[in-house]
Design a protein around this ligand. Structure first.
Ligand code: ADP
Length: 443
């Protein structure tokens, strides 16, 4: 609490009545709480009109008014107080956000004695009230009709306030600016610290990510050979070359074979992701026929498509020569074609087209599958993201295929696109530039 009893000019706290003018009930109550704790008497008015009536009735020692209020704002209330000979000596403190320099002029014009910027600390407010009350007597004899004219922001302002009031107001404006400046400096320091902390965390995360990729790569690599063996040997046993197997044994072997198949798909995808993510994906960019590459992949895919009685149709522009990594681009086509077969119902059709477009060549694969909802479309190219569609014949699904497709296409300087509606099939496309020399590119 602030001690303010030594100055003979300062009225006893019990005799000091503060009129709060504030349309917000919570802010008014907050102010009342602070001032009553300091043992001031407090009266509250909810707007300028009510405040004027109240001021005439109870002759407060001090008025603290908000600026933005309905009916009559704080400036107008202050102007009326300062032009009323019976009220003009009551000091007026305006509560302002002081975000506009014009507020200083408006406050000078209306004759306000002091600013307090919102949000204010309790100590600051109590100090200011004390300061105003202590200096109240000083200003009594200094009412001079100075009538200075000042130009600011293209407007003439006539200020008729007395000297102490002008100085007080300017000091309080300066003080508020200083407080704001200190707050800004503090915020700046905190921001810098947060930035450094974030940078440290980002570096740490990057290290952990590299470690994860290394581990992923090693684990996938070591799991690959035993899985290939399990799949191969189960196939051999199923082929009856090593003797016939019983129906029950056949069932078990088929389960082993399809489980090994699924695990191998996952391990291969993990290996790809770890290579791409660790930044060691190297593309052997050679010139070659895009049509030829796509046709080759369709030939392989037809085997699984036929099992589902799915027919694949093609529509290609004339021979298109491009520049791509044959193996990786083949992987892109395999993934997209494989998905079209995997998620489509038996007996449906798939259309593959290649067209020349402004940016290069566009390869599109359209299916008559279940389609993908708009919400899911936004995330299916992310790692481990699976949508509602499920493989129609128990094929493996890792949620990594499209992430790999996107990364390989982007490494070629291209982009992927998807258009789909639930129940209406999907069209996945990728566009790659055609120009460029045969080089090795590592990304
Ligand atoms: P995976 O097929 O191994 O699950 P992908 O990354 O290739 O992983 O696909 C992600 C998800 O996108 C799939 O799980 C599937 O739900 C959906 N999806 C992909 N292609 C199609 C398609 N042609 N039709 C319907 N849904 C698809």
């Amino acid at each position: 609490m602030t001690e303010m009893t030594n100055n003979p000019d300062v009225p006893d706290k019990q005799d000091t009545q503060v009129l709060i003018v504030e349309d917000s009930l919570t802010q008014a109550e907050q102010l009342r709480y602070i001032l009553e704790k300091e043992e001031y008497r407090v009266v509250v008015a909810r707007n300028g009109v009510q405040a004027l009536e109240c001021a005439r009735e109870c002759a407060p020692t001090l008025v603290i008014s908000d600026i933005v209020m309905p009916e009559m704002d704080g400036y107008e209330l202050c102007r009326r107080i300062k032009t009323d000979s019976t009220l003009r000596e009551i000091p007026v403190i305006l509560l302002t956000s002081l975000s506009d320099p014009m507020a200083v002029f408006k406050a000078l014009e209306c004759g306000a004695d002091h600013f307090i910027t919102k949000p204010y600390s309790e100590d600051y407010l109590v100090n200011r009230v004390w300061y105003i009350l202590t200096n109240r007597e000083l200003r009594r004899d200094t009412y001079l009709d100075m009538g200075i004219e000042v130009f600011f922001a293209g407007k003439k302002h006539r200020i008729t306030a007395e000297r102490v009031q002008i100085i007080d107001l300017l000091i309080s404006a300066f003080e508020s600016a200083l407080v704001k400046h200190q707050e800004l400096e503090q915020a700046n320091r905190e921001l810098l610290e947060s930035k450094e902390k974030l940078e440290r965390m980002a570096r740490h995360l990057e290290d952990l990510n590299q470690l994860k990729n290394k581990f992923l790569g090693m684990a996938a690599h070591d799991l690959r050979s035993p899985l290939v063996s399990i799949r191969g040997f189960s196939e051999l046993l199923l082929s009856d070359d090593f003797g016939t197997v019983t129906e029950e044994q056949r069932e078990f072997l088929e389960t082993i074979n399809s489980a090994a198949d699924g695990m191998l798909a996952l391990v291969n995808d993990l290996l790809d992701i770890s290579v791409i993510e660790s930044g060691s994906l190297c593309l052997q960019m050679d010139r070659g026929s895009l049509n030829g590459l796509v046709l080759d992949r369709i030939k392989i895919c037809r085997i699984s498509a036929e099992k589902k009685n799915i027919r694949i149709f093609t529509s290609f522009d004339d021979e298109i020569e491009g520049r791509f990594d044959r193996e990786r681009m083949g992987q892109v086509v395999d993934n997209l074609l494989g998905n079209a077969v995997k998620y489509s119902p038996p007996g449906s059709e798939i259309y593959v087209s290649i067209q020349i477009v402004d940016e290069g060549a566009r390869v599109s694969i359209r299916d008559e599958g279940p389609g993908i909802s708009e919400k899911e479309l936004g995330r299916i190219f992310g790692e481990f993201k699976r949508a509602a569609a499920r493989p129609t014949a128990g094929e493996p699904s890792t949620g990594l295929g499209l992430a790999i497709v996107k990364k390989i296409v982007e490494a070629h300087g291209g982009r992927v696109e998807v258009k789909s509606r639930v129940g209406r099939g999907s069209t996945f496309s990728f566009i790659i530039p055609l120009s460029g020399d045969a080089v090795e590119v590592c990304v």
